[in-house]
Design a protein around this ligand. Structure first.
Ligand code: DGL
Length: 262
């Protein structure tokens, strides 16, 4: 089956990466909207416009299902996409539910883009699952910027993380929810800041499991591939075929593999 996966940028690769592990027999078309990243600082109307164009593009390339591998685009555009297109369209939302259900008393921090934090979709989710008001929200838009320039382990990244969390007492948090796909790249720094006792929770495995269920695909438990020759990569409509950019994507997959179980 041909599955289209898109994001504003390289964050969505973390979902593709997980899909490679679990669904090695499927064909993927990955689309990063590198001309318009970051979505997290744009208006809902702009983001919805991009999401519609990309979905149409992926359908034209033969996609039979779409994964919006972007919490930001999901929060503003998923309803509209599902209204227009009659194929399975899966979105992503911060994995608050597993965080609340999997922990008992301490607080939970959700980090995401400013749009995701502001939108009703997250409010509604909290209203449904955060019964005891344990969740705090924090926007971290600069992590998207750092990721897009492949800066994952610098002093600037660590300083930014420290500054952003400075008004919270980190010892009170049992879980950190990565509510933006770009944030996966920073697991080492986030783990370093919060220590070993805080769970880092992203929605990637859950999203891929859900995808397999919806499409009726058997999951492979942990097929170990970093690269699939059947996958195609597009940056804002341009197919990636040059060696330099393919090497860059390969490096990102290696990074994602390295941080996968942190
Ligand atoms: N990776 C996206 C997300 O999950 C959006 C990042 C951005 O473009 O601001 O929210």
């Amino acid at each position: 089956m041909k599955i289209g996966i898109f994001d504003s940028g390289i964050g969505g690769l973390s979902v593709l990466h997980e899909a490679y592990h679990a669904l090695p027999d499927q064909e993927f078309i990955f689309y990063a909207d590198t001309e318009h990243v970051p979505y997290g600082l744009r208006t809902p109307a702009e983001i919805t416009g991009f999401a519609k164009e990309i979905t149409q593009f992926l359908l034209d390339k033969g996609a039979e299902a779409i994964v919006v591998a972007c919490n930001t685009a999901t929060s503003v555009a998923i309803r509209e996409l599902r209204r227009i297109y009659d194929i399975p369209i899966l979105g992503m939302e911060p994995a608050v539910k597993p965080a609340v259900e999997g922990t008992e008393d301490k607080r939970i921090m959700v980090i995401a883009t400013p749009v995701t934090i502001r939108e009703d979709k997250l409010r509604d989710l909290l209203h449904r699952v955060d019964e005891h008001h344990r969740v705090d929200l924090l926007a971290m838009p600069r992590l998207v910027e750092f990721a897009e320039r492949e800066e994952f382990d610098s002093k600037e990244v660590d300083d930014y993380i420290r500054e952003q969390f400075s008004s919270f007492d980190r010892s009170r948090y049992c879980a950190l929810v990565l509510g933006c796909t770009h944030f996966n790249y920073f697991k080492p720094s986030l783990r370093g800041y919060f220590g070993e006792d805080t769970l880092l929770i992203d929605g990637n495995r859950g999203t891929v499991r859900h995808l397999a269920e919806v499409l009726g695909l058997g999951m492979n438990n942990d097929y170990n591939i970093l690269w699939s020759d059947t996958a195609k990569y597009f940056f804002s409509g341009q197919e990636i075929t040059d060696e330099k950019t393919l090497n860059y994507l390969h490096r990102l997959h290696l990074r994602l593999e390295k941080v996968r179980d942190i």
